[in-house]
Ligand binder design. Structure first.
Ligand SMILES: NC(=O)c1ccc[n+]([C@@H]2O[C@H](COP(=O)([O-])OP(=O)(O)OC[C@H]3O[C@@H](n4cnc5c(N)ncnc54)[C@H](OP(=O)(O)O)[C@@H]3O)[C@@H](O)[C@H]2O)c1
Length: 232
């Protein structure tokens, strides 16, 4: 029997985005055992080349890509794309790890933080594993041991989120407005509803009927699911 470690055909969906680029950097940094790396985005970026560990990999158009043979698919191209394409990749045999909020609250999709509930990833009836919102994700390793030991009833959380949470176009708007304002020029907000350079907007995502925003409620819903306790 060969001692060679198993390697995987990995696909990154949304490979040109802020999250996709970070995923690629981490796959390289961790020396993840990859036999083949497939990079996917929209037709806008198809044909572009991306460097990965010295190799040039051509971005392919997700819409026309056949997922047969992909073993692990990392999805980070927005909820609508996950909803349409993640089931197709799973049906073709891939384990899908989805970064959007599309499947997070479905009972038959595990919501996993690897340091907290890794065992949940084994039970994935739809072939999809969701990961939580970035704020929930980093809180869980800290809160889970406290909850296990003492039980948590209530958590007061304040987050200060960077514009990178709004993706590549968010970061570009911050850079552009900063340069314009320092050059005494007019700015024209596009991605954010108002000036973002030298500013802080106390609002992310839409308001819900209970007066909280969806971004705030994600913390509540996801914490309960990951810690397995609806009373928090
Ligand atoms: N940024 C964060 O901190 C964060 C945190 C948690 C979760 N997420 C999730 O990750 C997603 C991506 O975030 P991001 O910050 O990386 O956004 P982004 O910088 O705007 O990148 C979006 C990516 O999706 C691709 N894409 C867009 N439309 C597509 C289509 N029709 N078909 C195939 N690919 C398409 C884009 O490809 P093109 O180059 O072709 O446009 C790009 O690679 C978010 O929508 C969210 O679901 C983000």
């Amino acid at each position: 029997m060969s001692n060679e470690a198993r390697r995987f055909h990995v696909a990154v969906v949304g490979a040109t985005g802020a999250v996709g680029q970070t995923m690629l950097a981490i796959l390289a940094e961790r020396n993840f055992p990859i036999s083949k790396l497939t990079l996917l985005a929209s037709e806008r970026s198809a044909g572009q080349q991306v460097d990965f560990e010295g190799d040039k990999i051509t971005i392919q158009d997700l819409a026309t890509f056949d997922p047969a043979g992909v073993e692990i698919a990392l999805f980070s191209a927005g909820g609508g794309i996950s909803k349409e394409f993640a089931p197709k990749f799973a049906a073709a045999g891939a384990v899908v790890i989805d970064n959007s909020s599309t499947f997070r609250y479905d009972d038959d999709v595990p919501l996993v933080v690897s340091e907290v509930n890794p065992e949940a990833a084994r039970n994935r009836p739809r072939g999809i594993i969701a990961n939580p919102n970035c704020s929930t994700m980093q809180l869980m390793p800290v809160l889970a041991p406290i909850h296990r030991e003492y039980g948590i009833e209530r958590i007061n959380i304040a987050t200060y989120q960077s514009v990178s949470g709004a993706g590549q176009t968010g970061m570009e708007e911050l850079g552009k407005q900063t340069a314009q304002l320092l050059g005494f020029q007019e700015i024209e907000p596009k991605k954010f509803p108002m000036q973002i350079a030298f500013n802080l907007i106390p609002h992310i995502d839409e308001f819900l009927d209970n007066g909280f925003t969806k971004e705030e409620m994600k913390l509540v819903w996801e914490t309960r699911k990951i810690l397995g306790d609806d009373s928090i």
